[in-house]
Write a protein that binds this ligand. Structure first.
Ligand code: GLA
Length: 395
């Protein structure tokens, strides 16, 4: 890195957050935690979820802010004659599981669909929204991901039957999401409501009014650099819809799932924190490598995501495969992401004057844990293939 050459190699302890003690994340900040889907998919068990809760504590992830333990699809069994849904044999006792998660200072998340079936073909909540919301509350659930899936069949059918109403699919979808939002409110327990309709119908516009705190903006992520950057860099323009208690969700993290390089996972985390995205780790925590843990628990990266100002970042410049993104932070600071999407080493720069620091600024490199001192004008970094640099710029 050219602009580091004159600097001492002293490692600086960051001042961005007090670490080593539990971060009291604001309930209005983007939710952070772990979700079973990206690694365990349809095989997840009670044991896997308990192990994830244990590992969140022993790895320090809980204390870094990752508090939700979310079971995604495939926990459901059958409904009984009274319409009460029971978990399947892989989840013998959901209340006990919730109690276990809570006993670790963590929160409990669950998953359902407004349709008759979930995406994996398990029992959905259609026609049972009130009962299900009450059931979740009785288990101590703190988070619900509500995934459109088979409700789309009903929407398509209605669109065919009512060609005179081109808006019918969207109206039905919003009504379905509102129904569960209302049921959660009536259930009398604060439950984070996370919409998953893949960004099909601008959920960032109507999400808050149905009671949601976050909504997916895209179709599913997978553990590949191509898919991750296609999602991350397509988020430009959405920042105005994010704010305290209502966040755009570009899908869960793949860091640690093994199919991207360390530079690519740093790009993933850099982009997600600049986007003020919910940070839901999706890896097998029991097999987490140090390098992946360092990415997921980087205190300054997390502080950018969770910053008190509550602003989502935006693209400042794009030139071919090179990108510069910025996110305004509290106390007049700015986070800057420099990205190299090309297959070769490239220089990427930001002009401090352009981002409001005409007289220069202090620059801190988040991934290198280094203060770069006071800088003026253009700051350039040399990035490896698929690399990212994350900076915090302050007066
Ligand atoms: C959809 C969602 C994923 C995951 C699966 C589960 O694809 O977008 O995040 O929840 O369903 O079946």
């Amino acid at each position: 890195m050219r602009f580091l050459a004159l600097l001492s190699l002293t490692l600086c302890i960051s001042s961005a957050t007090a670490f080593g003690q539990r971060q009291a994340a604001s309930p209005m900040a983007p939710p952070m935690g772990w979700n079973s889907w990206n690694h365990f998919a349809g095989h997840v068990t009670d044991g896997d979820v308990r192990a994830a809760a244990d590992m969140l504590v022993s790895t320090g992830m809980r204390d870094a802010g990752y508090v939700y333990v979310n079971i995604d699809d495939t926990w459901q069994g059958k409904r009984d004659a009274k319409g009460i849904l029971h978990p399947n044999a892989r989840f013998p006792d959901m209340k006990a599981l919730g109690d276990y998660i809570h006993s670790k200072g963590l929160k409990f998340g669950i998953y359902s669909s407004p349709g008759p079936r979930t995406c994996a073909g398990y029992e959905g909540s259609l026609g049972h929204e009130g009962e299900d919301a009450k059931l979740y509350a009785s288990w101590g659930v703190d988070f619900l991901k509500y995934d459109l899936c088979s409700f789309q069949d009903a929407m398509l059918k209605a669109a065919k039957e009512h060609p005179e109403n081109p808006g019918i699919k969207k109206e039905m979808m919003i009504a379905a999401y509102r129904k569960m939002g209302d049921a959660l409110k009536a259930a009398g327990r604060p439950i984070v409501y996370s919409l998953c309709e893949y960004g099909l119908d601008q959920p960032w516009i109507w999400g808050p009014e149905v009671g949601a705190q976050m909504w997916r903006t895209t179709d599913d992520i997978d553990d590949s650099y191509g898919r991750m950057i296609a999602i991350g860099f397509s988020q430009a323009g959405l920042s105005k819809y994010a704010g305290h208690g209502h966040w755009n969700d570009p899908d869960m993290l793949e860091v640690g799932n093994g199919k991207m390089t360390e530079d690519e996972y740093k790009t993933h985390m850099s982009l997600w924190v600049l986007l003020a995205a919910p940070l839901l780790a999706g890896n097998d925590l029991s097999k987490m490598r140090e390098a992946d843990k360092d990415i997921l628990t980087n205190r300054d990266a997390i502080a950018i995501d969770q910053d008190a100002l509550g602003k989502q970042g935006e693209r400042l410049h794009q030139s071919g495969d090179l990108d510069v993104w910025t996110k305004p932070l509290s106390n007049g600071r700015v986070a800057v992401g420099l990205f190299n999407r090309s297959w070769s080493t490239r220089d990427v720069s930001v002009d401090l004057a352009e981002i409001g620091f005409r007289d220069g600024a202090k620059v801190h490199d988040v991934w290198k844990h280094k203060d770069l001192g006071r800088r003026t004008g253009i700051v350039t970094d040399t990035l490896p293939k698929h690399g990212a640099t994350l900076l915090i710029v302050s007066r």
